[in-house]
Design a protein around this ligand. Structure first.
Ligand code: NAD
Length: 498
């Protein structure tokens, strides 16, 4: 990996990129049974990135069969923990070795900036390292029993796991699914988003180079309504792990119920709050960049975007002024320019969706505090709306773009009530110096991930060991940490009676 390339050098690298465009099944790239292709469009330029096999239900079937054979004969599952660990560690090394290429693939397909994509590589390699190291630390339990019986719970692999992922962090999402799935000894059929598929294809190839046996890690590209549904309904898939919208997650529950009742892990949408109490008034300057980061990272296209700002009344005007000033300074930039920190919205469809929320906010009476919607193709700046009431669409529905709404409270119970007034429960942040309020929030906030701060500057340093589980329409099943590894294991009860 290099850290010193100029925009011109990145452009040259981009022009020379080789794209993997076919399904990866049983250890190699194969022709799809469908002759159709689709083209991801670079949102920064409007140009086709490459043409990718559209994939088919037959491709899914072929991938599931390859995964099943590999699982049954145990070519991966039966490998010793130490062997599996060393293979996963090699994948992490290869992610870093090919980091520039992997980062570029995500930049070209979904419009994030090259600096963000490079920073995200640490997460992808980190997931593989964390789960590599976790393999020989995953214990079952010995259960108390009478002297003639040895009773224990074993953790065994689930089998063939289907994994379906979204486009916002293509390589991170693929790594967060595949690393624990493989660490638990399973075989996997991964479907990336049709908007950003190529880093998943390259990851599977690198995993094979690292020593993952053929058939264990398969990727089928294509659309949700064909390839995704075929995975959701496949009788040969033992478990399905999904990250994406709540709407698709609910479809997958139906597919599971109508097929083999496969268990699901669902990481779905969010509409997360940030509460800021008035005792933070001396820290406004320091807080602004972190508040903006939590709302607008990846152009606001992240599931835990904390886009509902709930501010205590005495602090409202000063904080909002500072945020509006900072937002006005965010200029979306060329995604291949290493100095750009804010890139493009991933697709024109997503842009239109964001725009429709902006229109509805205006019609509902919210007031735009930042400069008027400066749209340029798929580029826009962050937008902040004041005078938002809790019943407005902009306050209730996930926008998945850089749009923040401001709410004000005078009583802390009211703030907690506003924060929880959502169908979702993915994340929440609280800024306060009041320990009593921090305690109250830990109990009261219905969210899988809480971040509570009393001073700006410090960032979370918990590594990869924290697990979380969404509430309500944000899904269910643990992802991350040891709990996330257990999600991909089945419990077997054994009684060995003398
Ligand atoms: P999406 O639901 O449209 O698509 C996600 C994946 O599902 C894609 O691979 C897509 O092809 C597939 N899909 C679509 N329709 C399908 C169907 N009928 N059957 C099977 N598969 C189908 O979501 P998106 O637009 O790619 O991503 C944005 C959403 O993802 C947002 O709601 C965001 O909050 C959510 N997300 C959640 C998390 C999390 O950890 N909770 C993380 C990232 C994104």
């Amino acid at each position: 990996m290099t850290d010193t390339m100029t925009k011109a050098e990145w452009q040259t690298r981009a022009e020379r990129l080789v794209f993997r465009t076919q399904p990866f099944i049983d250890g190699s790239f194969v022709s799809s049974s469908s002759e159709e292709t689709f083209a991801p469009i670079n949102p920064a330029t409007g140009r086709e990135v490459c043409r990718i096999a559209v994939g088919s239900a037959e491709d899914v079937d072929r991938a599931v069969k390859a995964a099943r054979v590999s699982f049954q004969d145990g070519r991966w599952r039966k490998k010793s923990p130490l062997t599996k660990k060393s293979v996963l560690l090699r994948i992490a090394d290869l992610i870093e070795k090919h980091g520039d290429e992997l980062a570029l693939l995500d930049v070209l397909e979904m419009g994030k900036t090259i600096s963000n994509a490079k920073a995200e590589l640490g997460f992808s390699a980190g997931f593989f390292r964390y789960y590599a190291e976790a393999i020989d630390k995953l214990n079952g339990d010995v259960i108390p029993a009478d002297i003639s019986t040895l009773a224990f719970n074993l953790l065994v692999s689930r089998g063939v796991v289907g994994a379906i992922i979204p486009w916002n962090f293509p390589l991170i999402m693929a790594s967060l699914k595949v690393a624990p799935i493989l660490a638990a000894g399973n075989s996997v059929v991964l479907k990336p988003s049709e908007i950003a598929s190529t880093s998943s294809l390259r990851l599977a190839e690198l995993a094979t180079e690292a020593g993952v046996p053929n058939g264990v890690f398969n990727v089928v590209t294509g659309l949700g309504k064909t390839v995704g549904e075929a995975i959701g309904r496949h009788h040969g898939i033992d478990m399905l792990s999904f990250t994406g919208s709540t709407q698709t997650g609910r479809r997958l529950m139906a597919y599971s119920g109508e097929s083999n009742g496969k268990p699901l892990l669902l990481e779905l949408g969010g509409k997360s709050p940030q509460i800021i109490t008035a005792d933070m008034r001396s820290n406004i300057k320091g807080m602004v960049s972190q508040i903006m980061h939590e709302a607008f990272w990846n152009q606001g296209q992240w599931c835990v975007a904390r886009s509902r700002l709930i501010v205590e009344a005495p602090l409202r005007d000063a904080l909002v002024d500072a945020l509006v000033k900072a937002a006005a300074e965010v200029v979306p930039g060329d995604t291949l320019d290493p100095s750009s920190t804010f890139g493009a919205i991933a697709t024109t469809t997503q842009m239109e969706r964001i725009q429709s929320y902006v229109t509805s906010a205006r019609e509902d009476g919210a007031r735009l505090l930042t400069p008027d919607f400066p749209v340029n193709g798929c580029f826009m700046s962050p937008m902040i709306f004041g005078e938002v009431t809790r019943d407005m669409r902009i306050a209730r529905e996930e926008i998945f773009g850089p749009v923040m709404s401001i709410h004000t409270f005078t009583d802390f119970d009211e703030a907690l009530d506003l924060a929880n007034d959502t169908q979702y429960g993915l994340a929440a942040s609280l800024w306060t110096k009041d320990l009593r309020r921090a305690h109250q929030a830990i109990t009261a906030l219905d969210a899988g991930k809480l971040t509570i701060r009393s001073t700006p500057g410090a960032t979370e340093q918990s590594g990869f060991a924290l697990a979380s589980e969404g509430w309500g329409a944000s899904g269910f099943g643990a992802e991350g940490g040891m709990a996330g590894l257990r999600s991909y294991c089945r419990l077997k009860a054994v009684e060995l009676v003398s």
